[in-house]
Design a protein. Structure first.
Length: 606
């Protein structure tokens, strides 16, 4: 009997035949105890499971010596990974491990065949279910959970608020509680403590005006126009205008704050990607395709394209849908959930495109696409306070580099030098080299295909000295997956001191090169952090707005509000509890009686 084994997304049957698999019933177990004087034996205090080992006995065969060597080389390439990868085996369907190759892979060779043992080690000994489960509260705000795995797991909770609210709370059977905000007191009034200056969802171009080219950094030319993107997603460069060699050309626009802000926090959501054609400012032609749910708690299907519309159902993480209509950030689809089929709308922030109705590009990589997206902060006289940018300026690698400047000083970056590009050598009939050219060389760096957020913050300390911080987040499915930030608050006498008056944006391409597919500003938020803007009150504080989305990850303890960390709202006594095997319940409390709540988890097996 041969087995089907998939490792790192590759079917090993393409290179070998898996004859046998060996693994233990349980990973190695280590028990802990304490010796107590006058007590026989010891007092048991707990246990831990160690690493799991999985061994494959495989057979490699080919018709010729050359083909045999190729197969072995390809198998080696598949097995070599930098980090643990998914490992699935056909005798355990619906589950996978995270594994890496361990030890030797000696090959016992005959003429055109050979056998070997591949030893995998799972530093995380748990097997994971391919499917995620989604649960919703009943009329009494009790969520009944059913974990059919063989060990505890950790859930995620997503809350969509439909009115302003002060708190959200989840409590398990043991009384362990996660509390965000402060519960209302009936004797006090509700107060909205807001220091928001701008909260622009970038759905209208009318909130922006043209930014003069003279305010931009050098080698940036304004030759194009800005507009709302195709399907109403963000502000984009709708055309780049006439190209010019050795310079950036594109669109520039600004967003006024309406006041001077001395201490501020600027948050800019953006997308910079060479692959996400669904976000581009196209002609309106259909490019619908298949999407997959990325919210681990699950994603709601609504009756229309509004958070105010009726909730029809919640789809588990990983569910695939076929889009039939795109309206702004809403995708219409018909999808089966459980035993019922629903036609409705889901929010695109928590869906990723996995296939398109359009044909794929001829090139595998997007190395030949160059682009620049910049955010400037100016005072009322046009002096530059800061700049945050992402760009892909490498002709041979797809390599996105983020950078932040305060004044002219670079304070945050991930811009290591690229390796040399691969070379293409042309030879004549006599074998002599006639030409050597650099060619497209794949991808490099950590920030390609970036759904991100820049956060630039300036405050004053007790002595009146300005302190700056800068952070870049990468998001996937509404969750933070990568972060870089300044190590500490930065202060320097050379940094600008003017008050922030407006923001500037530039989106461009380089020379006559093809522009990066997706460069768009999707959300702008500016807060006034000055003491005069801080409102204090003894009333109930409403920290959630109508339309806010709260995400709670019980595994990492990460809590985000509208994709931004909000650790200050977490009650100090909160305990991020796990979900036990079998049946359990959690009680939900919030002062928004119409909030839509979804809980989800992935079952695990020892």
């Amino acid at each position: 009997m041969a087995y089907e084994v998939n490792f790192a997304g590759v079917n090993l049957s393409d290179y070998c035949t898996v004859l046998n698999i060996e693994r233990s019933v349980l990973p190695p177990r280590e028990n802990f105890s304490k010796t107590i004087p006058t007590m026989h034996g010891s007092y048991y205090t707990g246990y831990r499971y160690g690493e799991r080992a999985i061994s494959l006995e495989v057979y490699v065969k080919a018709p010729t010596k050359e083909e045999y060597v190729k197969k072995v080389r390809r198998l080696a390439d598949v097995l070599h990974t930098e980090n643990p990868c998914k490992l699935t085996v056909s005798d355990e369907p619906g589950k996978y491990y995270y594994a890496v190759v361990d030890g030797e892979t000696a090959l016992e060779k005959t003429v055109f065949s050979g056998t070997l043992t591949i030893n995998f080690i799972c530093h995380d000994p748990v097997a994971y279910s391919d499917e995620w489960k989604t649960f919703e509260p009943n009329s009494k705000n009790i969520v009944a959970l059913e974990n059919n795995g063989t060990t505890d797991t950790n859930m995620s909770i997503d809350v969509e608020f439909n009115s302003d609210a002060c708190f959200f709370q989840a409590t398990n059977n043991k009384g362990e509680t996660v509390l965000i905000g402060k519960p209302k007191q009936a004797t006090k009034q509700n107060t909205k403590l807001s220091n928001t200056v701008v909260n622009d969802k970038c759905e209208l171009s009318s909130t922006f005006t043209a930014l003069p080219e003279a305010l931009l950094d050098s080698k940036r030319t304004v030759t194009g126009n800005y507009a709302v993107g195709h399907n109403g997603i963000g502000i984009v460069c709708s055309n780049f205008g006439t190209s010019a060699e050795n310079t950036w050309t594109g669109a520039a626009f600004k967003r006024a704050l309406g006041k001077n802000v001395e201490e501020f926090e600027v948050s800019i959501d953006f997308i910079f990607s060479s692959k996400g054609t669904n976000y581009s400012a196209g002609s309106g032609a259909s490019s619908l395709g298949t999407y997959q749910v990325t919210a681990k708690a699950g994603l709601i299907i609504r009756s229309s394209n509004s958070t105010k519309s009726t909730k029809l159902a919640a789809m588990p993480y990983g569910t695939k849908i076929n889009a039939t209509e795109i309206s702004g950030k809403w995708i219409k689809h018909t999808t089966k959930v459980g035993s019922k089929t629903y036609t409705g709308y889901s929010h695109s922030d928590y869906l990723k495109k996995v296939s398109s109705s359009k044909s794929a590009r001829a090139t595998e990589y997007a190395e030949d696409e160059l682009g620049l997206l910049e955010v400037y902060g100016y005072d009322q006289n046009g002096a530059k306070l800061f700049k945050a940018q992402v760009d892909d300026a490498n002709q041979y690698y797809e390599y996105v580099k983020p950078r932040v400047y305060v004044g002219t000083s670079k304070v945050l970056a991930d811009d290591a030098s690229c390796p040399s590009p691969r070379k293409v050598v042309t030879k004549d009939k006599d074998g002599k080299t006639t030409k050597t050219e650099s060619a497209a060389s794949g991808t490099y760096g950590k920030w390609n295909d970036l759904d991100g957020k820049f956060v630039i913050k300036r405050t004053k300390d007790g002595k009146g000295k300005y302190l700056w911080t800068a952070t870049l987040y990468r998001y996937k499915g509404g969750e933070i997956t990568q972060t870089i930030k300044t190590a500490n608050s930065l202060s320097n006498s050379s940094y600008p001191t003017g008050a922030l008056n407006y923001l500037g944006f530039y989106i461009g391409r380089y020379g006559s090169e093809r522009p990066v597919d997706v460069m768009t500003i999707t959300h702008i938020n500016v807060k006034d952090l000055s003491p005069a803007a801080k409102v204090t009150s003894s009333n109930n504080e409403e920290i959630f707005d109508d339309g806010d989305r709260l995400h709670i990850d019980f595994e990492t303890g990460l809590v985000t509000l509208n994709k931004k960390e909000c650790l200050s709202y977490i009650d100090i006594g909160s305990e991020f509890f796990s979900t036990p095997t079998g049946y359990s319940e959690i009680a939900i409390k919030t002062d928004d009686k119409k909030a839509d709540i979804v809980c989800g988890f992935q079952e695990r097996y020892l």
